[in-house]
Write a protein that binds this ligand. Structure first.
Ligand code: FMN
Length: 236
């Protein structure tokens, strides 16, 4: 099993340490390979809004040398863990930059077939508040890519450094994370058998109606046609 971890900042701080608890828990259950993506190092460019990925093809993104390996890693993986601290009550700018670069593969454009059987886990920490919003932003991105299940974990740590987080708090975090990680692992193992969520079906159908109305030759319409999605074929 392969899991891609995306760290939304370069610190080995509280968010990173939460992810390590998930890794340790999952490793106990089976043969898991983790691949780590560190932001902003692995995607140091902001989306410039050129629309190339959406209107011409993702290979025309000026940052495709960074984006393409990340996309391939996610496609090859069974699941993803997205981790970000709260910055200004939302995800880090680096995490948002990745989300922006992946919009071309959201359901309103060209979602990848493989994404519909993947399981995500979003993780955030904040000094006091903002974890819910951070997780919502990351969850939305995975939802719109078609992910089958998404787990979340957020905790206020009342500290700027993991070393300063109270031991009692660390214990509570560990307990909660172990439980969530077990559920996450079970979903990963059964991911192909899990039923699609109603919300995914609703968005997919709405997008099918919208995109079928586009002019022939439109890149999104031709993609959906090539996937057979206008002829009752559904994503896996
Ligand atoms: C630029 C910046 C903005 C922040 N904004 C918030 C915030 O909106 N709410 C909050 O509770 N903590 C905020 N924090 C604190 C961090 O979210 C918190 O300390 C987090 O646990 C740090 O994670 P890390 O150790 O993984 O880097 C902010 C920190 C930074 C550096």
């Amino acid at each position: 099993m392969k899991i891609v971890i995306v760290y939304g900042n370069g610190r080995r701080g509280s968010t990173y340490n939460c992810v390590q608890i998930i890794k340790r828990t999952i490793e106990q259950y089976g043969d898991v390979r983790f691949e780590e993506i560190w932001l902003p190092k692995d995607l140091p460019e902001l989306c410039c809004g050129c629309f190339n990925c959406i209107l011409r093809g993702e290979q025309f993104c000026p940052h495709s040398d960074y984006v393409s390996p990340i996309v391939s890693s996610i496609i090859e993986a069974d699941g993803i863990i997205m981790a970000s601290p709260a910055y200004g009550l939302d995800v880090s700018g680096a995490m948002k930059t990745l989300i922006d670069h992946l919009c071309f593969m959201w359901m309103p454009h060209r979602p990848h077939n493989e994404m519909f059987s993947k399981v995500g886990f979003v993780v955030s920490t904040a000094a006091g508040s903002g974890m819910k919003r951070v997780n919502k932003t990351m969850k939305l991105a995975l939802n719109y890519m078609g992910f089958k299940r998404i787990y979340d974990f957020g905790s206020a740590v009342a500290a700027s450094r993991w070393e300063d987080v109270k031991e009692s708090k660390k214990l509570t975090i560990e307990k909660r994370l172990i439980k969530k990680s077990q559920k996450y692992y079970q979903s990963l193992v059964n991911r192909k058998k899990l039923k699609s969520r109603l919300s995914t079906k609703v968005i997919f159908r709405a997008m099918r109606t919208m995109i079928s109305g586009y002019q022939d030759g439109n890149i999104d319409k031709e993609y959906w046609k090539s996937m057979g999605w206008f002829n009752n074929t559904k994503p896996v």
